[in-house]
Write a protein that binds this ligand. Sequence first.
Ligand code: UFG
Length: 334
Amino acid sequence: MTRQLKLDEKTVLVTGGAGYIGSHACKALKAAGYNPIVFDNLVYGHKEFVKWGPFLEGHLEERAKLDEAINKYRPSAVMHFAAYALVGESVTNPGKYYRNNVSGSLTLLEAMRDYEIKRLVFSSSCATYGVPQTIPIPEDHSQNPINPYGSSKLMMEKMMSDFSIAHGLSFLALRYFNAAGADPDAEVGELHDPETHLIPLVLDAGLKRRPNITVFGTDYDTPDGTCIRDYIHVTDLADAHILALKYLERNSKSGALNLGNGAGYSVKEVITVAEKVMGCKIPVVYGERRAGDPPRLVGNSVKTREILGWNPRFADLQTIILHAYNHRKKAFSI
Ligand code: UFG
């Protein structure tokens, strides 16, 4: 059922806007002249990260709360970040991932359909590819996720395609590689609880907030035996979201784009660069492989640069780690 509303061209609903990537996107939206409206359940988000627009607390599955947000602020576009994102947990508790990431996203899509909100920028993941057959991975690589998290993101991509055909939705699915770093002004950053990501854990070992960092596996088929990832600065991700939104304003062509730097760094290399940034030795323990970790994930983002005119500003790993370090010291008053 269509509900007539005069939508505001400059207002964007940001689900998960109190989270790591969503909060950086809100800062970028505000700087680009938009009004970001944060919709977040605060399960993993931080109220203090909501700095650039109004806040509404709600779960994606609470359709009445979504209706309230849409009626009050009349967004003409949505940036959809809200999702559970722990790969390991998705294996042990898949229901949590399908309930929130798939069912919740469907509720959002139906609300967008009903209010005729046509533009959607979606936070997808390289986890939708599964184990890569080619490196760097292009967007037309086969998508065979190896965990429920990746499957849940892929299902959303499929739902968006179907809504696009049936209801004229225009979307861009942005498939991130490893989001890292923090706002260069340290206003927001990466604060997960529990923290499972490599860079914040390495920093914590250097800051003596934990005794050491465990390297998961040293027998991979890579030059130094540890896993290789494509780390991308969260501010560069945020920039890409603004460009994606502007792209959708210009034309209604939907699709999927990779967001990575195209350069891979091993776990050992990340630790070495962090030691340089922090000016100290980081205590390292060598452990077993972590289940579900592909040896090498590096993205080909040539198409993203061409189509969106995206140019990462902070591609250098040392800068990525330095910004993460600055925010972490501030967050923990060190
Ligand atoms: N690692 C360690 N020790 C740790 C933590 C991580 O050695 O204590 C290693 C991992 O094994 C991996 C690399 O560091 O090789 C990066 O691990 P992260 O947990 O930081 O990131 P992932 O590559 O596992 O996950 C990221 C995103 C997910 C996304 C996934 C796609 O965080 O949301 O990429 O594979 F789904």
